[in-house]
Design a protein around this ligand. Structure first.
Ligand code: F6R
Length: 607
């Protein structure tokens, strides 16, 4: 979704803004723009389409001069993608330029009032009201104007604001939309995402809701709404800059698929010490765990699919009832959550609007929130009682792979940890699980060696119109993810079904040549799934079986993918790898824009 970058320093701002915006392209956008302060005036350049259009229009920024500016990539919500609707938006006098992420919910009423007061609107966006409100409230002090603006608008925002009366400084603020401050030497930055400024600095401030920041080349000061200075801790980002670069790969997605063993090691190893799971990050005591009445898992998309795995695993290991819900439903279903419940919130970005709202809903009911998040200091992390970070590094491809895998790993760690504290597993089983969790990165590495085999299978099926994934229990949970991976990047229709459910309606869609990918990795339900495979075979399906080296599907499957053996509970971590690869290769053979699939954005910051 939308991205923000801001710069003040001694260098020309435009090339820095454009380069920063290019690092935010992965979030998904449809237009881009920059505003730069130059000799007492604000100059604006914006263009519909890819950033390349704006780069061409400005000769890579060379035609827009000045050493302070703000930039934006827009993902349309209010008004179609167009030059007019692209940010920055400017006030009628040209004194203020504004970039905005988020949604101003009361913009229609505000727009009406501003029109009545003579303001002229140039765009269909909600953002433009902010530029005019600044003009309206400004009496010579930009901070006073900012306070009045944020008191007036409802909704979510990260704002960067230039004012032509302030040649050396600009101002920013956030509420329920991410914005960080980058601290350089003789230069300072704002960004909606750390990747945009990683090249320049690793030292950042995280802003709390409604904190305002004034940036000049020599300093940064954060204020609260009472104009009091807020002391901030500098946080040093340890992400490797190469992690946000393609590094010779054709697509980020393949790079990130291959980064999974490392991401898993980084996530697992610090949490296993002397043969024990150590979750220093959280304050949940054994007493707290014993008191948990019920666990809710709330997330969206692939993170929700991790939740589906989590339900099977936690219920089996801890015998605590678990309800897993997509956040967009949970937030509006008046959930029966109490203070005795634990709500596990899962999110890579930590800023998904529905997930954040679900979290707040659960909090309002008094529940304790434990989140699994990849982006440090993100809104979901900040709003949680406890956070366990996945150390996957920046994930750029829209389709998640390494974040999903590390979320699964954290889910295993939590489940095993709680099962031990509850006395639900023997010390032998605990030790076995830990050593198998530790072995996961190597086993994922082993599965990745089957890349060419999967590429060959993709070459047989990339013309399919529809593909079904089936499995039972944990295999069903992974089917959901395999199906999503395929459809979101290859645009092939796909559905995932609990294998035993297909015959209750959907089996009528199976015809000669329909590809069914059958996951049959679990020991206990292997025979049951094989029976379901026979049912689809009998109706003409071509079957690709995914199973472990311990099982034989030769009699029922036309093609077989084998994964190594591992503790039953951990199988999803291996099963998902060939499915990620299959989706990737199918999309690649179809010539799809793999890293930026149509209609999708990396961080979904609107509901
Ligand atoms: C699919 C995918 C999405 C995300 C979902 C939640 O490949 O990436 O389904 O999992 O949008 O995003 P986060 O985890 O950032 O909350």
């Amino acid at each position: 979704m939308c991205g923000i970058v801001g710069y003040v320093g001694s260098e020309q701002a435009s090339p820095i803004l454009l380069e920063g915006l290019s690092k935010l392209e992965y979030r998904g956008y449809d237009s881009a723009g920059i505003a730069v302060f130059n000799e007492g005036k604000i100059e604006i350049a914006k263009a519909k389409g890819r950033l390349a259009v704006l780069e061409e229009k400005t000769h890579n920024g060379a035609t827009v001069h000045g050493t302070m500016g703000i930039g934006h990539t827009r993902w349309a919500t209010h008004g179609e993608p167009s030059d007019e609707n692209a940010h920055p938006h400017i006030s009628n006098s040209g004194r203020f330029a504004v970039v905005h992420n988020g949604i101003i919910e009361n913009y229609i009423a505000l727009k009406q009032r501003l029109i009545e007061r003579g303001f002229e609107f140039m765009s269909d966006t909600d953002t433009e009201v902010i530029a005019h409100l600044f003009e309206y409230y400004y009496k010579g002090d930009i901070m006073d104007a900012m306070i009045r603006v944020i008191n007036r608008v409802e909704g979510s925002y990260a704002l960067g604001v230039l004012c032509s009366d302030y040649p050396d400084q600009f101002i920013a603020v956030r509420k329920a939309s991410p914005l960080i401050v980058g601290l350089g030497e003789g230069e300072n930055f704002i960004a909606s995402d750390v990747t945009a400024i990683l090249k320049h600095t690793r030292n950042i401030y995280y802003l709390e809701d409604e904190e305002m920041v004034v940036l000049s080349k020599d300093g940064v000061t954060v204020y609260n709404k009472d104009k009091e200075v807020v002391p901030k801790d500098v946080f040093t980002v340890n992400w490797d800059i190469s992690a946000a670069e393609k590094g010779g790969y054709e697509h980020f997605m393949m790079k990130e698929i291959e980064e999974q063993p490392k991401a898993l090691r980084d996530t697992i190893s610090p949490r296993i010490k002397d043969g024990k799971i150590v979750l220093d990050d959280i304050s949940l005591t054994t007493e707290d765990i014993k008191k948990i009445n019920k666990i809710y898992i709330v997330a969206c998309g692939s993170a929700y699919h991790v939740g589906v795995v989590g339900k099977y695993v936690i219920e089996k290991m801890c015998r605590i009832p678990v309800e897993v819900q997509v956040a967009s439903e949970f937030r509006y279903c008046d959930p029966i959550v109490t203070k005795d419940d634990l709500v596990i919130v899962i999110s890579q970005s930590g800023e998904t609007a529905d997930t954040l709202a679900g979290l707040k809903e659960a909090k309002n009911h008094g529940a304790r929130i434990l989140s699994i998040v990849n982006v440090v200091g993100s809104a979901i992390a900040n709003a949680s009682d406890d956070v366990i970070y996945t150390w996957a590094g920046p994930e750029i491809a829209v389709a998640t792979t390494k974040a999903y895998s590390t979320q699964l790993a954290v889910m295993y760690l939590i489940s095993t940890y709680m099962a031990d504290k509850l006395g639900m597993i023997t010390s032998g089983e605990y030790a076995r699980l830990i050593s198998e969790i530790e072995a996961l990165p190597d086993k994922v590495e082993e599965v990745l060696k089957s890349k060419e085999e999967i590429q060959y299978l993709a070459s047989l099926f990339y013309n399919c119109r529809s593909i079904f994934f089936i499995g039972r229990n944990l295999d069903y949970a992974v089917s959901l993810e395999g199906s999503l991976k395929l459809k979101e990047i290859s645009y092939i229709h796909s559905e995932a079904y609990a294998a035993g459910e297909l015959k209750h309606g959907t089996i009528s869609l199976i015809e000669d040549g329909t590809l069914v990918i059958a996951l049959a990795t679990g020991r206990d339900l292997f025979d049951k799934t094989v029976s379901n495979v026979k049912e689809v075979k009998a109706r003409g399906a071509v079957v690709m079986g995914v199973t472990t080296k311990d099982h034989d599907m030769t009699e029922v499957a036309d093609h077989i993918i084998k994964i190594p053996s591992i503790h039953e509970t951990l199988l999803p971590s291996l099963t998902v790898i060939p499915l990620q690869l299959f989706g990737y290769y199918v999309a690649s053979l179809k010539g799809c824009d793999i890293d930026k699939p149509r209609n999708l954005a990396k961080s979904v910051t609107v509901e």
